[in-house]
Design a binder for this molecule. Sequence first.
Ligand SMILES: NC(=O)c1ccc[n+]([C@@H]2O[C@H](COP(=O)([O-])OP(=O)(O)OC[C@H]3O[C@@H](n4cnc5c(N)ncnc54)[C@H](OP(=O)(O)O)[C@@H]3O)[C@@H](O)[C@H]2O)c1
Length: 334
Amino acid sequence: MPKSPVPETMTCVEISEPGGPEVLKPTKRPVPKPAKGEVLIRIAAAGVNRPDCTQRAGRYAPPPGVTDIPGLEAAGEIVAVGDQVADWKIGDKVCALLAGGGYAEYAVAPAPQCLPVPGSLGMVEAGALPETFFTVWSNLYDRARLKTGETLLVHGGSSGIGTTAIQVAAKRGAHVIATAGNAEKCKVCLDLGAERAINYKEEDFVEAVKQFTQGRGADVVLDMVGGDYIPRNITAMATDGRHLSIAFLQGSTAEVNFMPVMLKRLTMTGATLRPQSVERKGEIARALREHVWPMIANGEIKPVIHTTFPLAEAAEAHRLMESSRHIGKIVLIP
Ligand SMILES: NC(=O)c1ccc[n+]([C@@H]2O[C@H](COP(=O)([O-])OP(=O)(O)OC[C@H]3O[C@@H](n4cnc5c(N)ncnc54)[C@H](OP(=O)(O)O)[C@@H]3O)[C@@H](O)[C@H]2O)c1
């Protein structure tokens, strides 16, 4: 059957004003045109990420020059290519890390931020890969240099980020400890490869980490909670440990005694993915393609999908995400 041509306009979801999920409104916008070095993707599935909720609430503006339509990742088919795109052609099935614009029927993506859909993975799963895999890889391996045999503590183990970090780190030979807010979430963390799951509402994670590591502590901590978790993480860390801040669900300020940072030679670092350059994101894409995509293609690593929503019901998707009842990823289908 001949492919339908690219239309002039598309349905997308915009943030009509900063606020709660109800400000997400379906609307019509022109289909974007791929600039030099970009491709245009007809979106089959687009992942929802917690930073989208922060953007909707008015606390995470898109970088300069980026569309105000939310959405940091998508999978679909390339339907147009801009000048100077050598690696991709019309008809290729890809998933892409976006700086924005995923809540739509079409989005443009810089060519280096596209990856092939691994193996026979479905589009829903593929659309849920880029944001968490780019974030997890760049933090655990580029920044923290997590090694085989080291212990990783992942907070929010049942989140999109957490379910990715547990699987990637465990498959690459780290001992993973995860925290989560209930027994069902803890079981999922164990099923994904964590060796210890801590229900942080019932157990003190610092004690549990110390016990699990026979007093040594965790070599790397991936933290999205912040607040009083920061001094507690420091207590739970091993000598030469690395602490990665990727979000602050409980606030970005904390009272911290830096003595153990000095005595244990800890590294405190962190990063946000979105403002980094296309070149840098391209490097992360190449590393993922080499080290992780084969494990997704052969089924060793499976993205955890909680549920899907039609694109027009993006507000419901945000309500679910902010309830924290989900396990893994929530995906929008145009
Ligand atoms: N820096 C970056 O580049 C980057 C990129 C992507 C995402 N992120 C951040 O990473 C985090 C995870 O993103 P995601 O899309 O995977 O989110 P998500 O699936 O919505 O997961 C967040 C999880 O955190 C836990 N949580 C929520 N509030 C908490 C609190 N006050 N204390 C402790 N745990 C809490 C919840 O699980 P429980 O039931 O276990 O509490 C929830 O499921 C978000 O904060 C996001 O902003 C950062």
